[in-house]
Design a protein around this ligand. Structure first.
Ligand code: NAD
Length: 396
């Protein structure tokens, strides 16, 4: 991931005339904190990478996963700086993690791990320094433990030290749906500018977890759009006339999509999602989903990247010749935008209602989308290059 990130930054920097020296600076980090957490007789490697704070405190998630490494948090923290800069937030980029398989820990061990992470890091984080959030295998409960530990250690009563907390503990309304909702707003803005001639835009969604489900539900509220297929790792569910998204969301709580059965709905292989007769393909599953092996199958003319880095560099070079890619750093920024709103609410003591949160999200993400399209046209770049270019410029 560090190589892919470096390659992307170097490629775009070259196109917009950024010097090698400036590129090297961008690829470095301000600090990486590296430590060990001891639970019983086991030691787990833990990290927090702080990339760039030019625009404000470092911001980014903490993940619990066996593959967490120094290089991975380094690369992810660069991507966070690019994302916050590209959407105009007064925040920088950070990322953290613990190399652990959380499935092997019980709840009390997970709580200990979360609290211990904060005990070792608290001097380097905080509402005005670095504000972590949930990421892979961490959630609002993890953030509640962490913000509580931070308050005990420092006396901070604002709870603005972490975002993604539960709503009863200072979390923001609208956060759960924010990434999917933000994706809908980006697509709306893109289609307004593109003025498609078709009356009904058909959409397929790869990945039916938090992001994919909210995206599908909110997208279907638009009468001119129709989600006709969704997939998980077990299957693709397709119905070109009437796909029951609410029913599928309920079903998916306890079952893989492959066991879904309903008249007139087709159950296809999970790879088939790339090859359906749709206008928009939404990637909401995982990184590297489109790669050299399946890029030729992709038929949609518009690709919306809601997962982080869902297209490999090689596949992107091929795909860009036939499709427009709405890039992850803009398209999936709804989550970090509403995290920023949570931080603002905690610092001021305000509590915003959900409509207000959604309206502010819409304004912020659509502005970023508009300026990315404008940059792309003016500089003759594709949308991903344009988003990265404007982020790089603002970070220098
Ligand atoms: P999630 O774990 O809730 O859902 C992921 C879904 O992808 C699951 O339904 C899983 O079955 C499916 N999946 C896995 N492999 C697949 C495959 N090969 N084919 C089809 N589906 C597959 O995760 P999420 O929170 O919805 O996040 C999805 C992606 O978006 C991740 O890459 C995440 O990093 C990124 N993202 C999430 C947020 C957020 O706010 N949750 C913000 C920014 C980016």
């Amino acid at each position: 991931m560090l190589d892919t990130t470096s390659e992307l930054i170097k490629r775009v920097s070259k196109k917009i005339g950024v010097s090698n020296q400036q590129v090297e600076k961008l690829l470095g980090v301000d600090a990486i904190h590296e430590f060990e957490i001891i639970l019983g007789n086991k030691a787990y490697k833990a990290y927090r990478s702080q990339h760039n704070s030019k625009h404000g405190p470092y911001k980014g998630g903490i993940r619990f996963h066996p593959s967490v490494s120094k290089d991975e948090v380094h690369a992810l923290s660069i991507l966070m700086s690019l994302k916050t800069a590209a959407v105009g937030l007064p925040l920088g980029g950070g990322k953290g993690g613990v190399a652990v398989d959380p499935k092997k820990l019980d709840t009390s061990e997970l709580e200990l791990l979360a609290r211990e992470y904060v005990k070792q890091l608290y001097l380097h984080i905080g509402p005005e320094k670095d504000i972590p959030a949930p990421d892979v295998n961490t959630n609002s409960q993890t953030m509640d433990w962490m913000s509580d530990e931070y308050s005990k250690l420092t006396g901070d009563a604002t709870k603005a030290s972490f975002t993604g907390k539960s709503v009863n503990n200072g979390g923001s309304l609208g956060r759960d749906a924010a990434t999917g909702r933000g994706g809908v707003y980006c697509l709306e803005e893109f289609l307004i500018k593109q003025k498609p001639k078709k009356s009904k835009i058909k959409i397929a969604v790869q990945g039916f977890g938090n992001v994919g489900q909210y995206f599908s539900k909110i997208a279907n509220e638009n009468n001119d759009w129709q989600v006709v297929a969704v997939s998980d790792s077990s299957a693709t569910i397709y119905n070109s006339d009437n796909l029951d998204i609410d029913g599928l969301i309920k079903f998916k709580r306890n079952n893989p999509l492959s066991s879904f059965s309903k008249n007139s709905t087709k159950i296809l292989s999970s790879q088939k999602i790339f090859n359906l007769d749709v206008d928009v393909l939404v990637l909401a599953a995982m990184e590297n989903s489109i790669n050299n092996e399946n890029v030729n199958d992709v038929t949609a003319k518009i690709i919306l990247e809601l997962a982080n880095s869902p297209i490999t560099t090689d596949a992107e070079k091929k795909l860009i010749k036939k499709s427009t890619i709405i890039p992850d750093i803009i398209a999936n920024s709804g989550g970090v935008i509403v995290s920023y709103f949570e931080w603002l609410q905690n610092k001021t003591g305000e509590v915003w209602d959900e409509n207000y949160v959604n309206n502010r999200l819409e304004k912020q993400i659509k502005q970023a989308m508009t300026s990315t399209i404008k940059q792309a046209n003016e500089l003759n770049l594709n949308l991903k290059e344009a988003a990265i270019a404007s982020a790089i410029r603002s970070l220098l």
